[in-house]
Design a protein around this ligand. Structure first.
Ligand code: PMP
Length: 412
């Protein structure tokens, strides 16, 4: 698939009001922190505005025009998420606050059946939100958390994976794309191996849903978690996608309104899916605005988004690699939107602050991956993360900013 041409990207950038702003006085903003959160096109901002101006009402209960409209739009958003990700049944789409909440839901509800001796397999490159929820349920049940190690190029060690996968492995929970290294993991093959072993699989799609065409019916995982805010949608909304059979077999998560069928003082019964897992008033406006983000990226086309991001990030990785004093943290065969690096003799926090003075927004720190930092032997890194609206000229601006930083530190 052909990446967007520079003129097309220029046009796309006009859809994002924030990309037109300046920072630190007169510096054009170069936003390379998309792995943390993406920017929002005008249609998403307007969808949210429209919802609160025209539709706002609670869903599934009121018998009036606004409540009916809000319910229809909220349920249409659910159907849109299902369709976008290739899920077979919208009843298997649970709206959550995002990837973190989705993984916690699975760990707490599905994980209740774990027993002493059972194993949960993750990897060393996981985000804290795909580590800590498993530790919490492991502590309660006596299960153990194990991690697939990495190769020197920053990929999953697939031989070690096959050795670690054993009859005690009840859950495999993996990120499809590393937020820290940019590595795209071969999850399809790994899911097939895990399923053949009788292991349930969760895929953390926080970084993959924004960048890759996803077809859950083909991928074959049991659970998939993602966040709207990384895919041009609003913060505070995301989803857990699973088969209705699996969700029906799980106990509910939070108790309250919406998730019940009958309540007495002694006991309660549960609503049908997906409501069993959506206690309380949901985040209606953001779900509706997420649907608008999905319309937007679907119109651009996920295959073209993937090609465009790969082109710009691969160019950035090779130019950063050639830059004096810069070392890449990983050399994966396939990259998602992120490239991370270190500058010799300058702490990543200083690097981020100095390049920010040139208007370039990158990330510094452990990027919520402390076990990965331990593996790399550094407490922190710098990360430039791209989306389809970023350009090669913006990488040039990053490189210029890095040269200024090195001069200031007297290492150039
Ligand atoms: N997993 C990965 C790989 C991520 O990059 C992130 C966000 N940085 C998360 C999980 C958590 O996502 P959220 O904060 O939207 O819940």
């Amino acid at each position: 698939m052909k990446p967007f041409a520079p003129a097309e990207i220029c046009k796309i950038r006009e859809d994002f009001p924030i990309l037109q702003r300046k920072v630190h006085g007169d510096r054009d903003l170069v936003y390379l922190d998309n792995a943390a959160t993406s920017q929002k096109p005008l249609c998403v901002i307007e969808a949210l505005n429209h919802y609160y101006r025209q539709t706002n009402a609670n869903v599934h209960r009121g018998m009036h025009a606004l409540a009916e409209e809000a319910t229809a739009d909220y349920e249409a958003a659910r159907a849109k998420v299902a369709n976008f990700l290739g899920a077979t049944d919208p009843k298997g789409v649970i709206f959550t606050r995002g990837t973190t909440e989705s993984i916690n839901l699975v760990a707490q509800c599905w994980g209740q059946q774990l027993q002493a001796g059972d194993e949960i397999l993750i990897s060393v490159m996981e985000h804290h939100s795909n580590i800590v929820p498993w530790q919490l349920i492991a502590q309660r049940t006596g299960a153990t958390v194990k991690a697939i190690p990495l190769t020197s190029s920053g990929e999953l060690d697939l031989e070690a994976f096959e050795t670690l996968l054993n009859p005690k492995t009840k859950m495999l929970s993996l990120t499809q794309i590393s937020n820290a290294l940019g590595t795209v993991n071969p999850v399809k093959e790994m899911i097939a191996k895990a399923k053949a072993n009788g292991t349930t699989v969760l895929i953390d799609g926080a970084q993959s849903a924004p960048h890759l065409p996803i077809n859950l019916s083909e991928l074959g995982c049991d659970f998939y978690a993602c966040s709207a805010h990384k895919m041009c949608g609003p913060t505070g909304i995301g989803a857990l996608i699973a088969s209705p059979e699996l969700l029906n077999a799980m106990p509910p998560w939070q108790g309250g309104g919406e998730m019940i069928d009958q309540v007495t003082i002694e006991s309660s019964t549960w609503a049908d899916l997906p409501y069993k897992f959506e206690a309380g008033t949901p985040n209606i406006g953001d779900a509706i605005a997420w649907a608008s983000a999905i319309d937007y990226i679907q119109t651009l086309g996920m295959a073209r988004i993937e090609a465009t991001v790969q082109e710009v990030v691969n160019d950035a990785a090779s130019r950063l690699e050639q830059e004096p004093g810069v070392r890449l943290t990983a050399h994966p065969t396939e990259r998602g939107g992120a490239v991370s690096f270190w500058l010799d003799e300058i702490h990543p926090h200083d690097v981020a602050q100095l390049v920010d003075q040139s208007g370039v927004a990158i990330r510094a720190g452990h990027v919520c991956c402390q076990p990965l930092m331990k593996h790399l032997g550094h407490p922190a890194l710098n990360r430039a993360s791209y989306h389809f609206y970023n350009t090669q000229e913006e990488t040039t601006r990053l490189l210029e900013a890095i040269r200024i930083a090195r001069k200031i530190f007297g290492v150039a």
